[in-house]
Design a protein around this ligand. Structure first.
Ligand code: PDD
Length: 279
């Protein structure tokens, strides 16, 4: 297994980051995840644009051009013979003696990339549908930045794991913000797809954007507005989206079946449309 660290492709076992890395000490960095299907990156330009935005929002200069990032990703995918899975990218503010304020100008950021094999199209959970629970959203106020400070999401996902379900939907003031690592959607009885509008309260999901476009092209009604947990319980269908799940049907929320308790027809259609787009 080959990974990328600070300008070099190195064996996984040899890739080491110093203890003074600000990612390790302060979670002072950002990350990005792109899917790979049939050896090709999915919607990758949008992921690299979001990576660039996350960096700029926290004042780290993007170390590479979009073209250079893309070449490195393609090279890494090829070196690992990856056909289906993920490319993970992380940039931190680099290595410096521990001090909260930024290190001296010119401190090089730490850049890490690795691949993970994963069945995304061939994920059996997409056939049966996923169960979710709701948890309190404990995060900070800039959730639009894809920060590596993920403690609230770690705790949310562990609550899901402890409850034997796939995902946790985070809730603030009675409304769903998003999943711990995904965007939350419901489909109403009158056939409208509902998801929160973009703001600093959620990550601007790349899969979300593609799915909304596909839904609009497919003539499905869309409402970008917050929805409550109660409305989600009563929804005809529910699903979540992410680079690692694509469109994942939700068949139960907090132990209550959604609709018929099976993946719904609009959700299945959107998953098909997304898979057709991604190939
Ligand atoms: N997570 N919301 C949150 C909080 C996320 O962490 C993610 C992605 C999404 C979906 O975004 P996208 O469609 O661009 O993947 C929404 C990635 C997959 C992760 O942390 O592994």
């Amino acid at each position: 297994r080959t990974v990328y660290l600070d300008g070099r492709f190195v064996p996984f076992e040899e890739a080491r980051v110093p203890i003074m890395d600000r990612g390790f000490l302060f979670a002072d960095g950002i990350y990005e995840v792109s899917a790979v299907l049939d050896g090709r990156l999915v919607d990758n330009a949008a992921h690299l644009a979001r990576l660039d935005r996350s960096l700029s929002e926290i004042g780290i200069a993007n170390p590479y051009t979009i073209e250079a990032w893309t070449r490195l990703q393609i090279d890494l995918v090829a070196r690992n013979g990856l056909t289906e899975g993920l490319v993970y990218m992380q940039v931190t503010r680099g290595v410096a003696e521990r001090d909260f304020a930024f290190p001296a100008a010119g401190t090089p950021p730490t850049v890490v990339m690795f691949t993970q094999g994963k069945a995304i199209r061939a994920n059996p959970l997409a056939e049966t549908g996923a169960k979710v629970i709701t948890v309190e959203d404990l995060r900070w106020k800039r959730r639009d930045i894809k920060s590596v400070a993920l403690l609230a999401q770690v705790l949310a996902k562990q609550s899901a794991a402890a409850a034997n379900v796939a995902e946790a939907w985070m809730v603030e003031d009675g409304v769903v913000t998003e999943g711990s690592s995904s965007t939350a959607f419901i489909v109403t009885g009158d056939d409208r797809i509902v998801t929160r509008p973009l703001s600093t309260a959620i990550l601007p999901g790349i899969t979300r954007k593609a799915v909304l476009r596909l839904a609009a092209e497919g003539g499905l009604g869309i409402e970008e507005r917050p929805f409550s947990v109660e409305e989600a319980y009563a929804a005809a269908e529910a699903f979540y989206t992410s680079a690692s799940a694509f469109v994942m049907p939700v068949v139960a929320i907090d132990g209550r079946p959604v609709g018929e308790g099976r993946p719904g027809p609009r959700t299945r259609r959107l998953r098909e449309l997304y898979l057709a787009m991604a190939r």
